[in-house]
Design a protein around this ligand. Structure first.
Ligand code: FAD
Ligand code: DHB
Length: 389
């Protein structure tokens, strides 16, 4: 087999890149480890920046999102009963879209199918060969046979645990990491959302987030120690904890119900530089992870694709390499700003085990400042709705 660009990973970044390249006449093959149903069953991100919404439209995969997604003009930060609204519309003139990653991925698969794109599922033992030469190729096992694809470029869109990043020699990689001493336990339920906007809640019992997918589907998270297992958390225990974290007026009217899904995600900040090694490019979670607090992970994967797709089109179609030469630097500049925002949001709303009483007062003072300073609210809003590409 031969193609222009082999894309490792059929998550949101791989599919979006493939879709944009195919539409510009660049041929791709997507190699995905999991069956499609498994990729589509991962409940993850829920908030899309305006730039992400535009990119999905540009890819021809935005129609259902515009119809069924929910634009949000603001969100709430709370500490106990103190609630502060961040009015994105008034502060930035922009909104975010509440639309699940599951739906984004389903729309991208549908768009790729409609174009007749090549996506191979259940591939194993993917190996990227000779990425630092002019003739890279990718080997993998599929349908019980070892196969090879020759290509001009390889895009590593295979998430944090993929093979792409590890293909870059350790002597070339610089890694930056911060692991937080807690995780998020998420619960999905067929109940009406607690509030009409998202609530990031700080409390004596730690952090909680009240989010949603649609008027009858809610997504909630509570902060848990890393040692906790999903089995430790009955639905009743979850609802009780959530209520204790939310402002009283919201907790009082909260509608609870059986969970459809429950999972724990650890929180980490991670960056691997550079994003390019020869003809291999890293995209999305393969190169960087943010704690979910700022709702930036999926959006950052999309901004990487924004820079890389045009660069690859220029390289493959026109032999112009300025774009691929500057990809790593351009993408990293935005990545580090999103890292900073996600880290500062995480510090602002979580309780750290063993912390002193000063720490909780600092969080509360930050919220009080936010409630009284439009400048502080605008800064938060600008970052939350997404910095320009
Ligand atoms: P992935 O989604 O990880 O996709 C990688 C794909 O590669 C997978 O399908 C995997 O099966 C495949 N793969 C892996 N290894 C191989 C291999 N060796 N060979 C072939 N295929 C392979 N982000 C936001 O923007 N907003 C949010 O609100 C938000 N909330 C989140 C909440 C939670 C609880 C979590 C866990 C994450 C959240 N994120 C959020 C982050 C977001 O989900 C990720 O940043 C996003 O999925 C990154 O997309 P990706 O395509 O780069 O990687
Ligand atoms: C969701 C997840 C997030 O990490 C976030 O910051 C906002 C919303 C969600 O899953 O709905």
């Amino acid at each position: 087999m031969k193609t222009d660009v082999v894309i490792i990973g059929g998550g949101p970044s791989g599919l979006l890149l493939s879709q944009l390249l195919n539409r510009a006449g660049v041929e791709t093959v997507v190699l995905e480890r999991s069956p499609r149903e498994r990729v589509l069953s991962r409940i993850r991100a829920g908030v899309l920046e305006a730039g992400t919404v535009e990119m999905l439209q540009k890819a021809g995969a935005g129609e259902r999102m515009l119809r069924e997604g929910h634009p949000h003009e603001g969100c709430i930060f709370s500490d106990g009963d103190l609630m502060v609204r961040i009015d994105f519309g008034a502060l930035t003139g922009k909104t975010v879209m509440v639309y699940g990653q599951t739906e984004v991925t389903a729309d991208l698969y549908a768009a790729q199918d409609a174009m007749g794109a090549t996506i191979l599922h259940e591939v194993a033992e993917v190996a990227i060969r000779d990425a630092d030469s002019d003739a890279p190729f990718v080997e993998f096992t599929h349908d019980g046979a070892r196969k090879r694809i020759d290509c001009a470029y390889v895009a590593g869109c295979d998430g944090f645990h993929g093979v792409s990043r590890r293909t870059i020699p350790e002597s070339v990689r610089r890694e930056y990491e911060r692991v937080y001493p807690f995780g998020w336990l998420g619960l999905l339920s067929r109940t009406p959302p607690a509030h009409d906007e998202l609530i990031y809640a700080n409390s004596a019992n730690g952090f909680a987030l009240a989010s949603m997918r649609n008027p009858m589907l809610s997504r909630y998270y509570v902060q848990v120690p890393l040692s906790d297992r999903v089995e430790d958390w009955s639905d009743d225990r979850f609802w009780e904890r959530l209520k204790s974290c939310l402002p009283g007026e919201v907790a009082e009217t909260l509608v609870t119900g059986p969970s459809i899904e429950k999972s724990i995600a650890p929180l980490r900040s991670f960056v691997s530089e550079p994003l390019r090694w020869g003809r291999l490019f890293l995209v999305g979670d393969a190169a960087h992870i943010v704690p979910p607090t700022g709702a930036k992970g999926l959006n950052l994967a999309v901004s990487d694709v924004f820079y890389l797709h045009q660069a690859l089109i220029d390289a493959v179609r026109h032999g112009e390499t300025a774009g691929i030469d500057s990809y790593s630097e351009r993408a990293l500049r935005r990545i580090w700003k999103a890292m900073r925002f996600s880290w500062s949001m995480t510090m602002m709303v979580h309780r750290f085990d063993g912390e002193d009483s000063f720490a909780a007062e600092m969080r509360r003072a930050t919220l009080l400042h936010l409630s009284q300073s439009e400048t502080a609210r605008r800064d938060l809003a600008e970052n939350y709705i997404g910095l320009p590409f």
